[in-house]
Design a protein around this ligand. Structure first.
Ligand SMILES: Nc1ncnc2c1ncn2[C@@H]1O[C@H](COP(=O)(O)OP(=O)(O)OP(=O)(O)O)[C@@H](O)[C@H]1O
Length: 233
């Protein structure tokens, strides 16, 4: 259970004839049960790496492997299944549905997978307990603070068996103490559940690299390239 990118490149059309090379020969290995943080200046390609790792965009070249499977070799329907069943996404904005309660936000994931939500109620409650929202299951998003909404977002991303977690700027709307708590929560969950996680952030102060509750590895990106290949042992 791991996430690997090998020599991945991605460009976008740019004007009449040009292309912008957003990701340039990036190789990155994130073993199960570890969190790698990816940082770098705005526009260096971090979100593009996440989009490729999440099979949302096909790279121009290179290989993306999830649990050892080269997802570029799969048909689109199979890739959609990998996205739905194996990858959890946490974005900067929580994207919670305003009229659903906290528990319903989580159960919706089971429903979208064609499963019976009632069967997943215990799992959803366990996850809410784990993210510190045990008493909030029947609240609506507008009744929660920003930090609590981000915790719902994280719990929702972990519904069902997951092997990869992709996280984009999870702390940008939070103060530093709450941001650190959120990173510590993500790291704890990934260690416990053997998830391979890639976390994009500008917020170095929240990462506590290699420390207790901190991320396991940190890689820096500049102009589409990693400053060194991120191979975490
Ligand atoms: N859909 C797109 N079409 C054209 N160019 C794009 C597209 N998405 C991103 N880019 C360009 O690709 C490069 C990398 O963008 P990307 O969003 O991946 O960087 P980033 O490091 O995540 O930036 P930020 O921290 O501001 O979110 C930038 O030059 C950006 O303008």
């Amino acid at each position: 259970m791991s996430l690997s990118l090998s020599q991945v490149s991605l460009s976008y059309p740019d004007g009449d004839a040009g292309r912008v090379h957003a990701v340039d020969q990036v190789s990155l290995h994130v073993p199960a049960g570890t969190v790698t943080a990816l940082t770098g200046p705005s526009g260096c390609g971090k979100s593009s790496v996440l989009a490729v790792a999440g099979t949302l965009i096909q790279p121009d070249s290179g290989v993306v492997s999830i649990d050892g499977v080269d997802v570029g070799e799969l048909r689109e329907a199979q890739r959609a299944q990998v996205r739905r069943d194996q990858i959890g996404f946490v974005f900067q904005n929580d994207n919670l549905l305003p009229d659903l309660t906290v528990i319903e936000q989580l159960l919706l994931v089971a429903h979208l997978r064609g499963q019976r939500p009632a069967r997943h109620r215990a799992e959803a409650h366990d996850l809410l307990d784990r993210v510190g929202l045990g008493g909030q299951a029947d609240k609506l998003p507008r009744q929660l603070s920003g930090g609590m909404r981000q915790r719902v977002n994280i719990a929702r991303a972990l519904m069902g068996p997951r092997s990869v977690l992709l996280i984009d700027e999870p702390t940008s709307a939070l103060d530093q103490a709450r941001g650190r708590d959120i990173v510590e929560l993500i790291v704890g969950l990934c260690h416990e559940r053997d998830l391979a996680a890639l976390l994009v952030t500008h917020d170095l102060a929240t990462l506590n690299v290699g420390g207790a509750g901190g991320v396991d590895a940190l890689v820096h990106m500049l102009d589409g390239r990693l400053e060194q290949d991120a191979l975490v042992s």
